[in-house]
Design a protein around this ligand. Structure first.
Ligand code: ATP
Length: 242
């Protein structure tokens, strides 16, 4: 089996907008990267760099314009591969009226799990993310960090090999961010590979082993976190682009 959990080469995505005046947005312009199994991989870039588009193409949520690759050893877009991925989208919002317990059942159902399966897995997962005492509480009373941890718990319901998190600490306070980082490190130690999207350089530095810097749809830098962040030029370029 390959050591890479994600491999993409020369990936392009062009959005086309407008009925009368056709406008094109080249969101990905030839992205090539590899994510080793077992690592926490950071995708870093300023707003509009193409990070969310890359995640959506990987997950088959939007169609690529050209290029190819594989995910968990299967071709991009393959449904079986998708089943082994846990996903927390950007700006994820739980329905306000749901309690933490009910949210797990709701999202478990969306992932194809029976109520019985969710009930079996839920206590350990809520414990895992430090929310076991909060299951009966409506989600709108959770802090942003707690909501993100619940989001990670729901993404783990089907025991994914790969966890894809789109800006999981965006809008989360410093204590909540540290909690999320600690959780990601623990999940990695248990064998989960994590693909983490962020526009915060410090976040990536603190938690990732490897990273890519994306800007205007192209990979600008790719390597270990030391290679990426210890070069003053890389740091300066990112700050300027951000
Ligand atoms: P952010 O950090 O702000 O979420 P991002 O790096 O995730 O940014 P994308 O959301 O992938 O970037 O957007 C990349 C480019 O594609 C942007 O110019 C954006 O406006 C454009 N774009 C994204 N989604 C669509 C869409 N559905 N239709 C048209 N253009 C889009």
């Amino acid at each position: 089996m390959s050591d890479s959990i994600i491999e993409v080469h020369d990936l392009h995505k062009t959005y086309r907008e407008g009925l009368f005046v056709r406008k094109q947005v080249n969101a990905l312009r030839g992205v090539t990267l590899e994510v080793p199994r077992g690592c926490i991989f950071g995708l870093l870039g300023p707003n509009g760099a193409g990070k969310t588009t890359l995640i959506k193409v990987l997950l088959g949520l939007v169609k690529r314009s050209s290029g190819g690759g594989s995910l968990l050893g299967r071709p991009l877009g393959d449904r079986v591969g998708r089943m082994k991925i846990g996903y927390l989208p950007e700006h994820h919002r739980f329905p306000r009226h749901l309690t933490g317990n009910a949210a797990m059942i709701y999202y478990g159902g969306l992932s194809g799990l029976s109520r019985r399966e969710v009930l079996h897995k839920r206590p350990a997962l809520l414990e895992r993310v430090g929310l076991s005492k909060w299951g009966q509480t409506p989600v709108h009373k959770y802090s942003k960090g707690m909501q993100q941890r619940l989001g990670i718990a729901q993404a783990l319901l089907h025991n994914p090999e790969l966890l894809v998190l789109d800006e999981p600490t965006d809008g989360v306070d410093p204590v909540g961010r540290a909690d999320v980082r600690r959780l990601l490190k623990e999940l990695q130690q248990e064998g989960t590979t994590i693909f983490l999207n962020s526009h915060q350089l410090q976040e990536i530095e603190l938690v990732c082993d490897q990273a890519a810097i994306l800007a205007a749809g192209r990979v600008q830098k790719l390597g270990t976190i030391e290679e990426i962040t210890k070069q003053p030029s890389a740091r300066m370029e990112f700050v300027l682009q951000g």
